[in-house]
Design a protein around this ligand. Structure first.
Ligand code: THU
Length: 134
């Protein structure tokens, strides 16, 4: 991913972060995914008074892409304002594995522009994917 794409994704993820609904954890998360046509799709975490119904930023981001007719993504960036960059949770790793290739890059970044990259396969080795249903 070029630096320009990363900067655009980071900005978009920060915008989503600003809209996060996280009154219970006070832990806002934004995410931005890039399609193969260079379209940016965003999502934030949405919590609920029934805590277990919370949906993470990454899953809302990818679901929003699906709503917009996108089913394949080149990369996804996770944005938090924390010194320890935020890795995707286990449920999000599974959903990321559904829509991004094993060698696609997942990045975490923060307000300082710090960044860590993982491949999808690194985050979830031997993932159960649509190929397993063939
Ligand atoms: N959260 C995300 O949005 N993404 C992750 O990968 C980690 C956790 C959210 C869920 C919840 O709203 C808050 O962070 C604290 O767990």
């Amino acid at each position: 991913m070029s630096d320009k794409f990363f900067d655009d994704l980071q900005r978009a993820a920060k915008h989503a972060y600003d809209n996060a609904y996280a009154p219970y954890s006070n832990f806002s998360v934004g995410a931005a995914a890039l399609t193969f046509e260079d379209k940016i799709i965003t999502g934030c975490n949405v919590e609920n008074a029934s805590y277990g119904l919370t949906v993470c930023a990454e899953r809302n981001c990818l679901a929003s892409g699906i709503v917009q007719g996108e089913q394949k993504f080149r990369t996804i960036v996770i944005y938090t304002e924390t010194s320890k960059l935020t890795p995707p949770c286990g449920a999000c790793r599974q959903v990321i594995s559904e829509f991004l290739e094993p060698n696609a890059i997942v990045s975490a970044t923060n307000q300082l522009g710090e960044r860590v990259d993982w491949s999808v396969a690194e985050l979830l080795p031997d993932a159960f994917t649509p190929k397993d249903l063939e």
